[in-house]
Design a protein around this ligand. Sequence first.
Ligand SMILES: Cc1cc2nc3c(=O)[nH]c(=O)nc-3n(C[C@H](O)[C@H](O)[C@H](O)COP(=O)(O)OP(=O)(O)OC[C@H]3O[C@@H](n4cnc5c(N)ncnc54)[C@H](O)[C@@H]3O)c2cc1C
Length: 398
Amino acid sequence: MPRLKALVAGAGIGGLAAAVALRRAGLDPVVFEKADETRERGAGLLLGARAVAALNVLGFSEGLGDISVPVTAGTLSSWRGAVLSEVSVPSGSRRPGADSVAVHRADLHRLLLDALGDGVLRFGAECRGFRETADGVSVELAGGGEERGDLLVGADGLRSAVRAGLHGLSGPFYRGYTAWRGVAEPGEGLVPWGTGFESWGRGARFGYVHTGRGQVYWFATRNAPEGGEDAPGHSREALLGMFRGWHEPVGALIQATPQPAVRRDDIHDRDPLRRWGAGRVTLLGDAAHPATPNLGQGAGAAIEDALALAVHLAGSGLVTAALRRYEGERSGPTARVVRLSRYAGVAGQLESPLLRRLRDGVVRAAPPAVKRWQLLLLLGYLPRGAYNYPRKPYPEAR
Ligand SMILES: Cc1cc2nc3c(=O)[nH]c(=O)nc-3n(C[C@H](O)[C@H](O)[C@H](O)COP(=O)(O)OP(=O)(O)OC[C@H]3O[C@@H](n4cnc5c(N)ncnc54)[C@H](O)[C@@H]3O)c2cc1C
C-alpha cells in the first residue's frame, strides 16, 4: 500500500511532534512553516506527565532526560512570600521516566526538529487555505504554490488559517491579562532544584521553575488592556517596577535575565469546538484548543494530540474515519483544559482585596488531599490510566 502523505501546517511544538509521530507511524509528513527560521526561544515550558509519557512512546525518553528537569513539588505563596500551599507529588502517583518536567522551549524544539530528518520541513511556506477533492487535499501556499496530500493537519497555532478555513474567521478571546516570560541565569542556590512556584498579588502573578544548566524559567502576569506594549528594550525595567516589593527571588530573577530574553504576550483562548475537522482536514494543538497558560498544559496537550493522531492513522485504510476517531478521543480532555485554565486565570488575576483574602483563605485551609489533587492536575498526572498509550500497536513498537 502506498504511504499516506500528511500535510502539516505549522512547525510549533505541536506540528513538529505530529510530523515525528506520523513518520514513525509509517506516513510521509511535510511541514509548512510560515516563518523563515525556527522561532522558539527565550522561554521555558512545563510539560505535564502525560505529555512526557507521550514523548517517551515517540522515542524521546533519553533525549528529553538530557534537556529537562523533573518537577515534583509546588509552592503557592502570597506576593509577600507567605506560603498558602506547599505540596509534593506522592511517590505512588509517579511513573519512572514520566515525571512532569521543565524544559527550555528551544531545546525541546531542537529535539523534535533533529528527529524529523531532512526534507520534511519547509520554512517560509505560509498556508493560506486548502481545497479538498474526492481522493486528496491540497494546501494553498502564499505566493501561489500548492501541495497535494492525503490529509491536512492544521497545527498553525492560535490564529490558525486552517481553522479559519474550516470554521470561519473569528478572533480568539482576550482574557484581560498579559504575560511576560524570560529565562534567567541567577547562579547557584537562588531557586531550590526540582520545585515549582507561583506567587499571587493584586491582579498579578509570578512563577518560576528550573530548566537545568543553571537556568530558571519565570513568567509574570498582570491585568492590562489588550494590545499594550513595553517601551522597546525596557520590558525588564517595567517588570521590576510592577513587581517591586514582592518576595525574593522575584526581583533577583528579573534582574538576572538579559533584556532580549524577555517576551510579552496577551493571553487569549477560544471556546472549545464541538467538531474540530471535516473530511481529510483536522486540527491539532493551539489551532484546535488554545487555552490560557494557567495550567501549563497547552504544548503538552499538543504533544498528546500528535501521538493520538498517529496512533489512529497507523495502518488505517480510511483516513477520514481515523481523523474523526482522533478528534473524538482528544476533544473532551482538551476542552477540560481550556475551561479549567480559564477559571484558574480568573481566580489568579483577582484584584478585589476581599475576594483575594477569601481565595487565599480557601487555598490555605484546603485539606492536604485537595492540595495534592490540584498539584497532580497541574502537573498532568491525572486522569489515571492516561499512560495506556499506545491504544493499538504502534508500527515501530511492534
Ligand atoms: C505565557 C505562556 C506560557 C505558557 N506556558 C506553557 C507551559 O508551561 N506548558 C505548556 O504545555 N504550554 C504552555 N503554554 C502554551 C503553549 O505555548 C502552546 O499551547 C503551544 O506552544 C502550542 O503549540 P502549537 O504548535 O499548537 O502552536 P504554536 O506554538 O503557536 O505554533 C504554530 C506554528 O505555526 C506557524 N504558523 C502560523 N500560521 C501559519 C500558516 N498560516 N502557515 C504556516 N505556518 C503557520 C507559526 O509560525 C508557528 O511556528 C504557554 C503559553 C503562554 C502564552
